[in-house]
Every structure is written in C-alpha cells, then in structure tokens.
Design a protein around this ligand. Structure first.
Ligand code: GAL
Length: 675
C-alpha cells in the first residue's frame, strides 16, 4: 500500500511524540485540551512504552493505552501508534542477555539507555514481533488509529553488532549473496594477504583487527547491517500488513544516514517519514535541511512525506544546544512543507521532567502555556490549518542527483588515495550551488532511468557497475546532460578496480582517461582557470588526458599546471562533463555551464539572496509558491504572477516584501502558473 496522505486526517498533519506513560493520567486531560487549542491532529504514541505495555513476559497492560486512545479520539485527534520495540525492557534483556549488542572491540553494551538490541538476535526479534502482533490485534479497529509507526529511528545508537548471533546471520547472508565459498574468495580478493577461506564457517564479522581489514568484507558488512535492520523492520511490517490492512505504516528515517540504504528501505514504507534536527547555531543549516527534505520526497518518487520529528526549539544532545530564535521554528517548519511534506510533527509534545531528554524543547515547554514556545506552537497550528489545501500537492525537481549507498560505503573505506573523499562533503557543495541558484533537486538511485531530467549530476560514483554506466551513456546519447565528479568509475560492485584505466566503464562516455590521482594536502589548494576566472580546488585533483573530450577549465598551479581540470564530451545528442577535482565552494561557475547547456534556470528568476522559492502543484494544476526568507534582511521578491497568500489571505501585487524569517505561501491559478 502506498498512501499519498493519511485519509483519516484531513489537511496537513500537526502534532508530535507524546509520552503519556511519563505522566499521571490527570495530566492527559490537560494535554488533549491544549492539543485541541494548538490545532494538533496527530500524536505519536507508545514509542518507548514496551516496559509499560508488557511489564513481564506473560503480563500485558493495555488498559492505559485503551483509555488514552479513547480520550484522544473523543477530542478529534488521530494516533500514529508505535510498535514500541525500540527499547526492550529489562526483564527481556536479563532473560536473554545475548540480545544486547556487541561492539567491534567485543564490548557488550549494557541496558540503561535505549536501542540496546542486536539486530540479528532471534530472542529480540521474536519478542518484538509478538508485541507488534498484540498491538495490531488490539487496536486495528480503533477509530483513532491513522498510522502505524514501526520501532524508532533504526540505526540510531546501534547500527551494527559483532556478537556470535550477528556472525551467524552474516554467514547466512554471505552464503545467499555469493553462493559458494569460491565465489566469496573471488569477490573478497582473498588471494591478498593470505586471507583465503576454506568454508563459510571460518568467516567472522570485521571485528577490530591488527591492520586494515579486507575492504570487500567491510563493504559486504555495510550491506549486511542495512539488510539486518531492514529484516527486523520487515518482520514487524508483515505483521501489521496481515493484521491491520488498510492502515498505512511508516518508520521514521534519519535524513541522509549512511548506515541504511533508504532506496531499499523506502520500498517497504507506505509513507516516508523523517526526523530532522537542523542546528539553529549553524547559519547554513537550512541548506542542509533542504537537501535532506529533497531526499525524503525523492525516496517515493515525489510523493508527499511527513516530517515525523523536529525540535520546537533546542535539542539536548549537542554539546551546546542553541534554541530557535522567534520565528525560526515557523520558518523551518514551512520549509519542510515547501519541499513536499504533508505535515510537521515534533519530538515532543510535553517536555519531560526526568530522563536523558529533560532539557529537550517541546511543543508544551516546562513553563507551560505562558512560555514563548507555546505561543509559537499555537501560531504554527493556526497557520497549518490555513494551508490545509496544499496537502497532497507535489513538487518535482528540475535536476536529478545520483545517490548510491553502495558507492557511498565503498568510497569511504580505508586506504584510499585520500581519506578526505567523504560522500556528504563531496555532495554538499553541489547541492548548495543549485540551492543558491533557486533550482530544485530530486535524488535518483543508480537504477533509475533518468530520462525525465534534462540534467543529471553525479558528484561521485566511485563504485559503478557497467549496467549503470550503460544507462548513463544511453541517457547522454539521447540528449541528456551528465556532470560527473572526480574519483568516479573506479571500482566494480566487489570493490575491485575496473581494469584498463580510470574511470573504467565511464571512460568512453566522458572521453577522458585518468593517468594518476593527485590528492591535495589538507589546507592547500590548487588553482583552476575557467576562462578569465580563477577557482580553487581542494582535497582532490587528477592528472587526466582527453580522449575525445574538450577541456573547459585547466589547472593553474602545482604539478598539474596546464592540464585539463574540467572537460566536456559531446556524445550523440547530449554531453558528458567531467570534473577531475573537488571545487567546494567554487563549484558554482562550473555548474553554470551545463545548467545553461541543459536550459535549466531558477524556479523564480531574480530572487534576492536568502530567499528560498519552491513550487508545489495540486492535481488540478493549482500552484503553491513557497517563499521563505532565511536572510538577515527584509527582502522584496519580484513575482511573475500575482497570487493569494494563504497565510494572510491577502492578494499580492507584482512584488512581495518578506521580513527576516518571513514567509508566504501563494496560491497561483492553474492556467497561469506553469512557466
Ligand atoms: C530522535 C529520537 C527521539 C528523541 C529525539 C531528540 O532522534 O527519535 O526519540 O530522542 O531524537 O532530539
């Protein structure tokens, strides 16, 4: 089942994690009254309630949850009911100490926090599935139930476990993947350093070893760990699908998380939801937030997603937890909607008084309804009701960025020419250059047919199979524009170097060959000359030689002086660009060339600095133009078409003035809307 939105709750979703088990029941009455006042229509309940729901192996206590669900339903609030499996209770842990996770150094992590389970532990899985079934059987017909929330943030705290159960599961997984031990030996390249295995029984997880561990073993381990957590998720999902069909299911993702291949995971979600905690102390946090939101929208091909958790103000887990200054919470909430979310939920509804998160902000702060935060909670709820009609509308990126977890994992393995080639560090400047140019981005997996996009960007494709290279070549031949970043086309899916010179299967497409990688030492830069402009490469450069491509920019300093740094290869009806260096903050002027070549321009031309503009479309063609001012100054925004600001009800002229942190959501008539 795939749901564009939750049919049981009209309009946009607003609410948060509610942990009523931390409070006496008298407080609940006040909670629901205040929720109604704030316009809350969806609460996430039970995320950490396992010990309360099942006080002992044969002891169940659902009475409190029955009363709670009835109470919220009487107040017109729907429930996102958690399966409560993220924090196994002490009795279960003591009965099965083997379910506690073990680190690569062999340390067994203790009970007393949360997420303390081995993903491959049969005891944990059985208990989690049992609890899920109990909850599903009891609440599947409850009228408050709108969404199932499996577990919580898979991969938070514990992403891997090195215990014997994990080792056995890893061996099973390897057998399935490789079939025979001979095949595994070939794939892992075990002729190197005498690493040959006679049987699967000899294989262990990549525990702490004296020196560098076999890279393909590590790569398979990354794949296995994502799959092991996914298997847990799927076990719970299968129960919910069987017992509670018709109710959509989600689990809260953690934005751009390395540990989990969210392309694979999102296939098993009815609705993608995300937890996002941009840092108010970071003046560029909104750019990274936009990147994460674009990913969430892309995971299900542009369908609306749900911001499952954000902080109303400060978090409690950074060394210094800066609050959101007045208006920032509203602006950042609208940003999620601007990038395709159909709701904004929080951690958490009421601030805790005990436990590790008692200093975390909440929709209802410790000070109660007199607090500034509460005023902002109520204001946002009121505004979201005004925006109700945007629910279900979609936006589509103008440009696609290729994202491949396999390649991410392989890129960041040890003993490469430079340890500074980290996927997120490589990706972010590309994304920022597009963000600053007002261009909306979709992410696509390497298996996608990118035909719908005029421009495809691949900041890095270290690991690349020939099928993907063939797809990219066909895309370019048919008229597409591809821009490929450095250190790409290096290895196959076993992390073996493609023979015959880098960039392996991309060599013909890009029309270049790499003679040698030339990493740039920390703190140093290499000049790159693009027409009259001098740019600076950092981290990475390459000695490349054209084989059909034309040089567009040259190195201007150091050992590579005079050699091409950026090339373009015309192939068929399209062209393939290669960037042999990491240009960081200087990337923009280079990307301008393929952008112009592909005819891609800003959503709304002439935007003042600091203004973010995106556009959602309803099925009937009505447009919703989001304008957000992240800058420190008031800004005058030129408008192509006048519209109505849904936040104020006012009709606009041909410009709009936005205060710092100001925002507008303009409804634009269908006929006039599309450029
Ligand atoms: C999330 C988690 C929540 C809460 C929150 C605090 O990662 O899912 O349970 O801990 O962080 O910011």
């Amino acid at each position: 089942m795939t749901m564009d939105r939750l049919t049981r709750v009209p309009g946009l979703l607003y609410g948060g994690d509610w942990n009523p088990e931390q409070w006496p029941e008298q407080v609940w009455a006040e909670d629901v009254k205040l929720m109604a006042e704030a316009g809350v229509n969806l609460v996430t309940v039970g995320v950490f309630s396992w010990a309360r729901l099942q006080p002992d192996e044969h002891d169940w206590d659902f009475g409190w949850l029955d009363r709670l669900l009835d109470l919220v339903h009487r107040h017109g609030i729907a429930v996102d009911l958690a399966t409560a499996t993220a924090s196994p209770p002490a009795w279960l842990v003591r009965a099965h100490p083997g379910l506690l996770p073990v680190t690569a150094d062999g340390v067994r992590l203790e009970f007393g926090s949360r997420q303390h389970y081995c993903p491959s532990s049969p005891a944990y899985r059985q208990a989690a599935v049992r609890l899920t079934r109990k909850l599903a059987e009891r609440y599947r017909d409850h009228p408050a139930l709108a969404l199932w929330h499996i577990h919580n943030e898979y991969g938070d705290h514990v992403q891997e476990c090195f215990c014997p159960a994990s080792a056995a599961d890893f061996r099973r997984w390897l057998r399935e993947r490789h079939g025979t031990i001979e095949e595994l030996n070939r794939s892992w390249g075990t002729a190197f350093w005498s690493q040959h295995y006679n049987s699967f029984a000899q294989i262990e997880p990549p525990r702490t070893a004296p020196g560098p561990v076999n890279p393909t073993q590590l790569l398979d381990w990354h794949r296995f760990c994502s799959d092991a957590l996914l298997a847990l998720h799927r076990a719970e999902k299968a129960v919910l699908d069987e017992v509670s069909p018709g109710i959509p299911v989600t689990t809260n993702f953690m934005s751009m998380l390395k540990a989990l291949d969210y392309w694979e995971w999102s296939r098993h979600e009815d609705l993608v939801s995300d937890d996002a905690y941009p840092d108010p102390a970071d003046p560029r946090a909104h750019v990274n937030a936009a990147l994460n939101y674009d990913l969430m929208r892309s995971l299900k091909g542009g369908r609306p997603w749900l911001l499952m958790e954000q902080a109303p103000s400060a978090v409690s887990w950074r060394p210094v937890n800066v609050p959101k200054r007045p208006g920032l919470y509203r602006l950042w909430s609208l940003q999620a909607l601007a990038r395709g979310a159909d709701g904004v939920l929080h951690f958490q509804w009421r601030a805790s008084v005990a436990g590790a998160e008692k200093f975390h902000s909440a929709m209802l702060p410790h000070r109660g309804t007199a607090a500034r935060g509460w005023q902002e909670t109520v204001r946002l709820g009121t505004e979201l009701r005004r925006l109700g009609e945007i629910a279900g509308s979609r936006l589509r990126g103008q440009v696609a960025v290729l994202l491949d977890w396999d390649s991410w994992w392989a890129l960041e393995l040890d003993d490469h020419p430079s340890a500074r080639m980290r996927w997120l560090d490589l990706l972010r400047p590309w994304y920022a250059a597009l963000y600053e140019r007002g261009i909306t981005v979709d992410f696509v997996p390497p298996t996608a047919e990118p035909d719908g996009y005029r421009l495809l960007l691949a900041p890095n494709l270290y690991l690349l199979d020939t099928a993907t290279a063939d797809r990219l070549t066909a895309y370019v031949r048919a008229g597409g524009r591809l821009v490929c970043g450095p250190f790409s086309g290096i290895a196959d899916r076993h992390d073996h170097i493609h023979p015959g010179g880098h960039p392996g299967p991309l060599r013909e497409l890009l029309g270049i060959v790499v003679d040698e990688h030339w990493p740039i030492p920390d703190g140093a830069t290499t000049a790159v000359r693009l027409d009259g402009t001098e740019l600076h490469a950092e981290r990475w450069s390459e000695w490349i030689e054209p084989e059909g491509a034309e040089p567009i920019a040259h190195y201007g300093s150091g050992a590579l002086t005079g050699l091409p740094a950026v090339t373009r290869h015309r192939l068929g009806a399209g062209s393939a660009w290669y960037l042999s260096c990491h240009l960081g903050a200087d990337l923009g002027p280079v990307l301008d060339l393929p952008l112009a070549d592909a005819g891609v321009s800003a959503e709304l031309p002439g935007l003042p600095e600091g203004i973010e503009a995106t556009r959602r479309h309803a099925a009937d063609g009505t447009g919703y133009l989001f304008l957000l001012n992240h800058g420190p100054d008031e800004a005058r925004v030129p408008l192509r078409t006048p519209g109505t600001d849904l936040l104020t009800g006012a009709a606009t002229g041909d410009t709009l003035t936005l205060a710092p942190l100001g925002a507008a959501v303009l409804r634009l008539p269908a006929a006039e809307e599309r450029p």
